[in-house]
Design a protein around this ligand. Sequence first.
Ligand code: NIG
Ligand code: FE
Length: 417
Amino acid sequence: MALLLTGFKQLLTFKGAAAPRSGREQSAIGLVRNGAILIENGLIRSAGTEKEVMRHPLANKARARKVGGVALPAFVDSHTHAVFAEPRLRDFSLRTQGSTYAGIKAGGGGILSSVRAVRGQAPAKMVSQLVERAARFLECGTGTIEVKTGYGLNKASELKTLKAIKAAAARTPLEMLPTLMSAHAVPPEFGDSEKYLRYVLAEIVPAVVLKKLAVFADIFCEKGYFTPEESLKYLNACKAAGLIPKIHAEQLSNYGGAIAGAKAGVVSADHVDYARKKDMLAMRRIGAIATLLPASNFFLGLAKYPDARTFIAAGVPVALATDFNPGTSPCWNMQMVLSSACTHMKMTPEQALCAATINGACALKAGNRLGSIEPGKQADIAVFDASDYREVCYYFGANLNKVTIKKGSIAYENSSF
Ligand code: NIG
Ligand code: FE
């Protein structure tokens, strides 16, 4: 039976091409007042003003529900490291005493401490932990997340992680798209990045592709991790094997990852805090999305944030994501990311909301079915307890989400609603 949702004070449709929005288009939100949405078989059949939607032949036969508030496409969080065994509370305490991210790595903490924990974690625990985390994302209005490996760093633990993502995805309405990120750091038993990448390409990538366990491949291009030359070669090989390339680039320094990524044809270059004009131009040339992760800057207490406005002015589409991970961003709430984007990167609420929905969907090559509210799209909707969409970016440290709908079914509902 069709479902008719009514009473939205505002509805942001983001209707338009199933392509990343850049420049002025990044501000086009498709605002409708007194909105309604008609859903059938998990898809949107009609969306617009109540008057318009009521004219649809299915509207009178549908189960109707007055929801109210502000409706947005459910957030598409296109960058997370959501599989990790333990929070890194020691690193956190050290940073409160003045240690830096790089200093903690040198002292044996950082990514490699998460690797020890993930390698020792039982698969069933990994799955149940991810299912619990999925509920947190849904609760905050997120309908889809990308999930990276990268705390296993050997064949057994990377495959364990990908299988856990698959098993968890079967137990939650949250959609999870898997990314192989074995090139996250060089594990201690290798010590040599080139030798390690050879191992990943020979042993891990073929097994992952054969079992169809990942959609994307990612690499951390940074001093002390992997070079731009290694990144290009590695991503080209992953692409040839059938994975869609992404890159962690220019996060801690301007190192060449964005240009290497552009040469490899990445769908997105992520972080890009230290990107310069030449990097932006290379990204624009191939239509790569800049996925900005300001919650990690916030958590690391950095004064410098990615230059969102220059990216947008340069015609590079900007996406926003949480980067949920134990080291730099223990945050699953896209509303916090929106607040950081507006306050610290001076994105407008319109640009930020576009970045968290349709552009996030495009960063996952899913812009044809996710990220906007228009006929034929998947019915993934988040409704906020607000009168104006700007409140979602304005109130921070809160969760204004009251209902999350995934594929036409209620996946989360605030009991006080
Ligand atoms: O995106 N930069 C690399 N990866 C993560 C941090 C991982 C960690 O510290 O555990 C990031 O910030
Ligand atoms: Fe990351």
